[in-house]
Design a protein around this ligand. Structure first.
Ligand code: GDP
Ligand code: MG
Length: 439
């Protein structure tokens, strides 16, 4: 996907006058890419229409950076689609809340229940787990094992076959024990059978959950919208968790789940372990969505343009979200000479859209570079230079480079903006794989 989008935008970069035709070609290419990434057809259509509205070519005064406007419009539209406009219910400490998990069998409910409980336990809550899955053999053992590992109280039964009865008993017990986050795990079925929805409705009716979380496997592809909608019709879904984001799925189904449930994604699952669980953050997610496809190409590119003995180090830095002033300097140099690093960084998710200073003026880049020439090696190589830049350093750099303080500050702001983009790269799995293969 990222490859296609980056390519489409690159094409636009080469067109000096962006007309209706060029814009349409770019949008069509992006449409195909988003569809391949499991974003639903109707959402893609909607995005296309919105972007055309935003990028009104006639209204753009000459001199505006149209490519940048298009890039930002795409980014902004995808972010907007992930925002249903209302936050999910947030449990409060010391006040009992009931949270019920629903989703198909194998979606990751039981695993995610524990992750969710563990996450809140670390943040000072007193969670408890209730196993209302009497359908699948071994369901209670699985929950029990997870809960024990995380030291979280649990409730369930090997003999009782009525999920409603267990759910009510569990919730009652933990309310009495002053737990503030009572999590009810329910059973799923292979398909969206009527009995699944009936059971789900009954459990919800009996336990009156403050929040129902719909758990969705990221690899279900275009089925996301219908599945999410079916659950939403059965029970009042208020939040979504997308699992198995560590796999090959690009995560486009998240947009469908939000649209179908009108609820926000609150977490993503990134592995089988308890702590492989991340708070959902829209911008890095969209960055990944837009750039995912590029990463394998990135490793090839890296091997082509970076000396062999430096490959592993650079990859390691990028996958840690590390970005130094020197990397910014090298990137500028490469940009000015159309060098290979420029191509390399343009393949990183989200970077191509944000890499260059607004306006992309060469004069500005050169000014920033002159400023950086007055910095020490230590400042250039630090992984967190922003912290080190106190007033006296800024004055010293301004004096040394013959610049005024405001210009030094502006360069530092630009650095921070780029560093933030790089920090979104943290933990990207394919980068880590690439790291291994280059050893
Ligand atoms: P349930 O039927 O909905 O309760 O699903 P389970 O919690 O039993 O999970 C089904 C399988 O998916 C198990 O093997 C889990 O270890 C696995 N799983 C769940 N979440 C994730 C995830 O985020 N990443 C990966 N790789 N596996 C997951
Ligand atoms: Mg389960």
């Amino acid at each position: 996907l990222g490859g296609r989008i980056t390519h489409a935008i690159h094409q636009m970069r080469n067109v000096t006058i962006i007309d209706e035709k060029a814009l349409n070609e770019c949008l069509n290419e992006i449409t195909r890419a988003l569809l391949q990434s499991d974003v639903s057809f109707s959402l893609v259509k909607e995005m296309q229409t919105n972007i055309k509205k935003i990028v009104n070519l006639q209204d753009l005064a000459a001199g505006h950076n149209k490519r940048r406007i298009i890039e930002q419009a795409i980014f902004g539209e995808l972010c907007k689609m992930l925002d249903p406009g209302k936050p999910a219910f947030a449990p409060k400490k010391a006040k009992p809340s009931v949270v019920m998990f629903v989703g198909l069998q194998g979606a990751g409910k039981t695993t995610t229940c524990t992750k969710y409980a563990y996450y809140h336990q670390k943040n000072g809550y007193k969670p408890a787990l209730v196993c209302a899955d009497t359908f699948r053999a071994g369901a209670f053992d699985q929950l029990k094992q997870n809960a024990t590992k995380a030291n979280i109280p649990f409730y369930g039964s090997y003999t009782e076959s009525d999920p409603v009865k267990i759910a009510v008993e569990g919730v009652d017990r933990f309310e009495k024990e002053n737990c503030d986050l009572i999590i009810v795990d329910t059973s799923g079925r292979h398909k969206q059978e009527a009995s699944l929805f009936e059971e789900m409705r009954q459990v919800a009716e009996a336990t009156k959950p403050d929040l129902v979380i719909f758990v969705m496997d990221s690899s279900i592809g275009q089925a996301a919208f219908d599945q999410a909608q079916a659950f939403r019709q059965g029970v009042a879904v208020g939040a979504v968790i997308i699992t198995k984001m560590d796999g090959h799925a690009k995560g486009g189904g998240a947009l469908s789940a939000v649209a179908a449930t009108k609820s926000p994604v609150i977490f993503i699952g990134t592995g089988e372990h308890m702590d492989q669980f991340e708070v959902f953050d829209v911008k890095p997610f969209v960055n990944r969505l837009l750039g995912m496809g590029d990463l394998s190409g990135l490793v090839d590119k890296l091997q082509e343009v970076v000396p062999k003995d430096q490959q592993a180090e650079l990859l390691e830095k990028i996958s840690k979200g590390y970005f130094s002033m020197r990397m910014m300097y090298d990137q500028y140099q490469s940009f000015l000479n159309s060098g290979p690093l420029n191509q390399l960084y343009s393949m990183l998710p989200g970077v191509s859209a944000q890499m260059m200073p607004e306006g992309e003026s060469e004069a500005k880049i050169k000014r920033y570079m002159t400023t950086m020439d007055s910095m020490t090696n230590e400042e250039l190589d630090s992984s967190n230079p922003s912290k080190a830049f106190n007033e006296s350093r800024i004055m010293r750099i301004a004096r040394g480079s013959g610049k005024i303080v405001r210009e030094v500050m502006e360069m530092l702001e630009e650095y921070k903006r780029m560093a933030k983009t790089f920090s979104n790269m943290k933990g990207l799995k394919m980068l880590k794989n690439g790291d291994k293969s280059s050893n």
